[in-house]
Design a protein around this ligand. Sequence first.
Ligand SMILES: [Zn+2]
Length: 313
Amino acid sequence: MSRTDETLLDLALSRATVDRSAHERARTGTIDAALADPGTRVLELREGTAPVLVPGRDRLALRAPRDRDVDASPWFLGRHEGVAYVAVRPGPGDGSPGVEAVEDVEWLSLREVGADLDDTEAGLLTTATALHGWHRGHQHCPRCGALTEVVLGGWVRRCPADGSEHYPRTDPAVIMAVVDPDHRLLLATGNAWPDGRVSVLAGFVEAGETMEAAVAREVREEVGVSVTDLAYRGNQPWPFPASLMLGFRARATTTDLVPDPAEIRSAAWYTRTELAERMVDGSRTLPSRVSIARLLIEEWFGGPLPTPREDSP
Ligand SMILES: [Zn+2]
């Protein structure tokens, strides 16, 4: 998929290469045929984590299909270069040996490995993690409360009582690098975060709202600042459990900070020099490179930020 130089590159979770091949989901037997093909690659999920090969921790431990997979909630993820990809969630009663029987693996989450996997595997784990979060939280019909059944290769849940169909949801959220007329960046610490952890502001798009209005509203609500000149910078799925992060840059027209105590513990404007110094002395930490927040911050900074000095306290 082509991306222009006008938007952020290298968003860790926006690199999917697998063709979702959605037309196959409705075909009877797609999953059975995929699981009968020894060339199919199977991704096992356990509580939202996936097996990753150690010591590298940059490749998924995908495996060939096994007989029990047909009972392990198989989801059809798509095809890439002729290979079908299926995700399964072995149940607690499934005593068959997992991938660790044949490989040296560690079970890790998308947050932990998303930036280190190659494009294809990052996309597979992003999609599988999103489906996992949806199935876990949406097992009952929102109309009548009946337990729904999984159909269409894991992409639809259907209510046996009233026939209604329910699809994986994605919740748009805006995230924005707010810069003042002196080129300082606004960074804040959320109420639930550890001391020193800072990031750009973010929030969900509300019902009936545009992305741009959500950016202006969130910045005003969280720190009392007005913004203008919004520029879209890129987006990536953030399936924890169901967000799509829409990245923006915005220019502040006011600089007095009035943090909303319900959400923000502290907020401040940083020059590039100040942020670099506080990264080096370890007094500030940023979100990891798997997040769009980190890329928005580093785009403002002009490159990768320095890491803490080894000898810092
Ligand atoms: Zn129902």
